[in-house]
Design a protein around this ligand. Structure first.
Ligand SMILES: [Zn+2]
Ligand SMILES: [Zn+2]
Length: 261
């Protein structure tokens, strides 16, 4: 299996990552990727970017070499209301918004119930496209509730390759459980590198192992093709009030086939 898109990468702007946009794009092209999202951390991340970073992402070219560039953020979820650490006017300017929990951003040491409420609220935010590393045991959300909500809202959950290498120890069993439930309920899964250095871009190997072991097939992987990613983002832009309107997915990808199989 080959994935064309990596939807979660960091540049030097994150403060603890080591490559430039150009280096990430060049590494992506070498790997044969067609699209990457630049998703530096939100404002509350210690050492992270100033909000001008996000306002000025319009400066990025749409394509570097053969690789399309999406302008994004990995926003921090700050409380049980799902508040994110980037103003709405800036979120609205971005192509893709990832949201997740991180230590050091003021929302540590809470209960499963609180993290679950927070994650569900962030997921329901029409500006949010993917919940990242939901298997992190440090922020023990109720995985089944998240999967069911993602299914209802046609949103994607991430299996983060970095969670099995350098970060978030203990994620594997929770990610395996999430993958099984995602398979069962036909939820979109994004397999991302979470690269903090150019050489990690497009590295999905462990995440794909976890997904495949759970029976997830290409049908359900959001970033299989660049076209599928753009269709997904476009669909969510056209249906910002999914909750209220109860719209159903009508794209040409086969999420519906995965449901209940
Ligand atoms: Zn993260
Ligand atoms: Zn990240």
């Amino acid at each position: 299996m080959f994935l064309e898109a990596d939807l979660h990468t960091h540049t030097v702007a994150s403060g603890h990552a080591y490559s430039t946009v150009k280096e990430l794009a060049e590494a992506a092209e070498k790997r044969g990727l067609k699209l990457i999202a630049i998703t530096d951390h939100g404002l509350k991340m210690p050492g992270g970017p100033h909000e001008y970073h996000f306002g000025n992402l319009v400066a990025l070219p749409r394509k570097i070499g053969q690789v399309e560039i999406l302008r994004g953020v990995e926003a921090n979820i700050l409380d049980t209301d799902g508040t994110l650490d980037l103003p709405e006017r800036l979120l609205d300017q971005l192509d893709i918004v990832l949201a997740g929990f991180h230590t050091g951003t003021g929302f540590d040491g809470c209960s499963q119930e609180e993290y679950t409420r927070a994650a569900l609220a962030a997921l329901a935010n029409p500006r949010v496209h993917i919940i990242v590393h939901p298997g992190n045991p440090e922020f023990p959300i109720h995985i089944e509730k998240l999967v069911l909500a993602a299914a209802a809202q046609h949103k994607a959950l991430e299996i983060n390759n970095n969670s099995f290498h350098v970060s978030r120890q203990g994620s594997l069993p929770r990610c395996q459980f999430l993958a099984k439930l995602a398979r069962k309920h036909g939820v979109w899964v994004a397999l991302n590198s979470d690269a903090h250095i150019f050489s990690s871009v497009g590295n999905f190997a462990r995440a794909w192992q976890v997904a495949r072991s759970a029976g997830i097939t290409e049908d359900q992987i959001l970033n299989l093709t660049a076209a599928r990613v753009k269709e997904y983002l476009g669909w969510h832009r056209r249906h910002p009030h999914l909750d209220q309107e109860g719209k159903t997915w009508s794209g040409s990808t086969s999420q519906s086939r995965a449901v209940g199989v």
